[in-house]
Write a protein that binds this ligand. Structure first.
Ligand SMILES: Cc1ncc(COP(=O)(O)O)c(C=O)c1O
Length: 380
């Protein structure tokens, strides 16, 4: 049996090991220390924000952002439906209700028109949303200028979920820097990883200071343990921040490699389309730059001789290659039944016919041989 090819595997550079070794040598084995401070500085500089707090996960970052915006029991928060559950779960942690918005067809992210329809409708019901969570899914930026102009008009803050989009940008402005607060993830499958981790970004120092306070059990200044707030244990370890510092040094190489994967797949599919197939993907709108974290394609069996994404996925699996259906939208998840949803069938159709292809930045030529063999076999 061949070794397994994963959808998105960690890809460690030259410096991670020595930063981790330094943490051990200097005994900074704690959720604070020089690597934590430096990793935060690296992120601020790269994304172009004034403040960053590194945390235990992206989900923790979204949770803290909601708390900082005062989201409480009974509130509503607007969230993109086509996303991973980590975007939406923290809304429920706060006892609030998500309101899900469908995607638009260019970027597959939050549809600005549906966003405005939803806000108008919720306001009419005297349920003005407390926050908006757009997502840059698979690294493709959402239509932020339209979303920001609606959010500004209705005075609703944005929590920008850039968990999958570190390195993506719109007209040179990096994803993670558009919202009132931005969120990153360094989970093991992301474009760079700390094995697990996340970050909260903002230009508002107050938000990030409070996030650090809440993330370290909300300890008030006193020689004993004194608490006036409920806190969380959400800070990143200095050991893991060492991995993060090393990964920042290779981030641009990782973006280039993922974009190269995308080009390679798309050259292949373009050729197949000339032979009569109709395989689709999302193109970058003018000024948009995707890190192409995952290469994703849509294959409608009705337009492709009955070939479905499940036929591909199973053929990959037989060859010990991981692929995955596009994320199942939140409004179709059993756990979120009866939750308000604004939209039609764009995200549900993407889920039905879409597949994420192996997209690691460390795919070898032999991996590519195996992947393209399967794609060719199925499309024969
Ligand atoms: C879009 C999106 N939002 C949020 C998260 C949550 O991040 P984490 O896994 O670091 O908690 C993830 C990734 O896992 C994600 O892909």
């Amino acid at each position: 049996m061949h070794t397994r090819i994963y959808l998105s595997s960690p890809h460690i550079g030259n410096m991670e090991h020595s930063f981790v070794e330094e943490a051990f040598r200097t005994n900074w084995i704690a959720p604070l220390g020089p690597h934590v401070d430096r990793f935060e500085e690296d992120l601020q500089k790269y994304v172009g924000v004034n403040h960053a707090a590194v945390l235990s996960s992206g989900t923790a970052a979204i949770h803290l952002a909601l708390i900082l915006l005062g989201v409480e029991r009974g509130d509503e928060v607007i969230c993109q439906s086509f996303t991973f559950s980590g975007s939406a779960n923290p809304i429920v942690y706060q006892g609030a209700t998500p309101v899900f918005i469908d995607s638009e067809k260019d970027t597959w992210n939050m549809d600005p028109q549906l966003l405005e329809d939803a806000i108008k409708d919720r306001v009419k019901r005297r349920r003005k949303p407390k926050a908006i969570i757009p997502v840059h899914l698979y690294g493709m930026p959402a239509k932020m200028s339209e979303i920001i102009s609606i959010a500004t008009q209705y005075e609703i803050p944005i929590i920008e979920d850039a968990a999958e989009a570190l390195g993506s940008s719109i007209n040179g402005k990096k994803c993670g820097s558009f919202g009132t607060m931005g969120v990153l993830s360094f989970n093991g499958n992301k474009i760079i990883t700390t094995s697990g981790g996340g970050a909260l970004l903002s230009n508002d120092e107050d938000f990030v200071k409070k996030a650090r306070f809440l993330a370290t059990q909300a300890r008030d200044p006193a020689p004993h343990y004194e608490h006036t707030h409920i806190g969380y244990n959400y800070r990143m370890s200095n050991v893991l921040a060492g991995i993060g510092r090393g990964q920042m040094q290779v981030l641009d190489d990782r973006v280039a490699a993922r974009r190269n994967n995308f080009d390679r797949y798309i050259n292949f599919f373009s050729q197949k389309n000339q032979e009569g197939y109709s395989i689709k993907w999302s193109s970058e709108p003018e000024g948009f730059f995707s890190n192409r974290w995952l290469t994703t394609v849509v294959i409608d069996p009705k337009e492709n001789n009955g070939i479905s994404r499940e036929i591909w996925r199973k053929a990959f699996e037989m060859a010990n290659i991981e692929s995955r259906p596009l994320w199942k939208p939140m409004h179709l998840q059993p756990v979120f039944r009866d939750i308000p949803f604004y939209g039609s069938n764009i995200s549900s159709k993407l889920f039905q016919d879409g597949l994420c292809l192996p997209s690691s930045s460390n795919l070898t030529e032999s991996d590519w041989g195996r992947i393209l063999d399967i794609l060719n076999d199925v499309l024969k």
